[in-house]
Design a binder for this molecule. Sequence first.
Ligand code: SF4
Length: 436
Amino acid sequence: MNADKSMQQSTIQCVNALADAYPDIPVEVIFKEDLLRQGMAWSPEALEIAAEFKRKAYFICSFDMVPISEMGQRENLRAPEEVRLTGGPYHFRPVIVSVRLNPASLYRVESDSGCLVLKVDGETVAVVELQKSPEYYERKLASGKPIADIAPTIEWGYLLYLTTFRLCQYFGAQEECQFCDINENYRQQKKSGRPYTPIKTVEEIVEALEIIVSSNDESKAYTVTGGSITGFLEDKSEVDFYVRYPEAIEKRWPRRWISKVVVQALPKDEVQRLYDAGVQVYHPNFEIWDQRLFELYCPGKARYIGRDEWIRRILDSASVFGADKVIPNFVAGVEMAPPAGFSSVEGAIASTSEGLEFFMSHGISPRFTTWCPEPLSVLGKDQRGAPLEYHVRLLRAYRDMRAKYRLPAPIGYGEPGLGKAVFSVSSFMDVIPPLC
Ligand code: SF4
């Protein structure tokens, strides 16, 4: 099946054809990837129901396919963080999907006698379940800041997402990663009136976690992250700024959670400081394997650190954390983004597979975030994402490469396997075989 052919088919025909062509990839996963790359719309009735559940917190970027200014139903304030799809005509095993808003999407959540269902081309795909809002989402810090601003949860409650710096010092089209809307999203959230703290203090994070811990929360991991710091932030370098958070959390609650940090590829002595602070998993995100595209689409990273040095630092960090605890992210599909991306699925898969093989042969397993063409990012203005077939084939390549190098399930993502996985912005955990 090729991409051109898939474009002539209806959405549901395309999914069914891919399910037939690649029977080793569950149909739930194919729908999940399609929802992640195309977004979903909500009917007014469905939104009314959703507003009573855990709402989208905008934990770092927008991950939407329209700006807030074009959301006619105030979806930004009412849509849920994630949906769990089950049952329906395809007999879905539960699969959790991040909500990427797109009022024009052919995928639409509707209310059927008060029950939510996902439809595409008017046909029902699955039943939609929502997650109850945690009790602490209604609580505030002493300063009045909502906990959902300071310490939201994603992955169906598994992960506390602590974006401690909501901006990135790679600034403007010449430096920002071309798929990322972190800076623009910050501006639109502030403009919309959402409480959205640009720099969270260590004290704010600890105060929020005190409240969360006291409310029988079931989170299992936390991520400390934010934009890159190329110079100084509050007189601190990147490592000096970010290391303070796990240090304080681990001092107060040693090993209460799996501790993860997403920052740039840092020199080994700085990586060691993260490890010494109690961080267990390090994410020096690589984004795109192809050298030409890395330089074009991650211009700040390419200029300030450079691709070769980024790779060297990833390998160095494996000697600090252990290879299985170094997990660089790839933005799945962005290597097909116009104007410079691969024009064929074959080319894109071959390139990214080369990157997977390189890291996995060193015991390091990358992971994915399925690209969301955010209109406030440079590449997202043209919203042609990668074809669905690309995503299906990438997951197969990933699963098979992991098997080839006998890699253990990634740490800090919950259980692998369809029906168990909670990771919502890619299906990579859904396609890893379940633990015995
Ligand atoms: S380094 Fe790139 S991906 Fe990360 S926050 Fe900055 S612009 Fe976004």
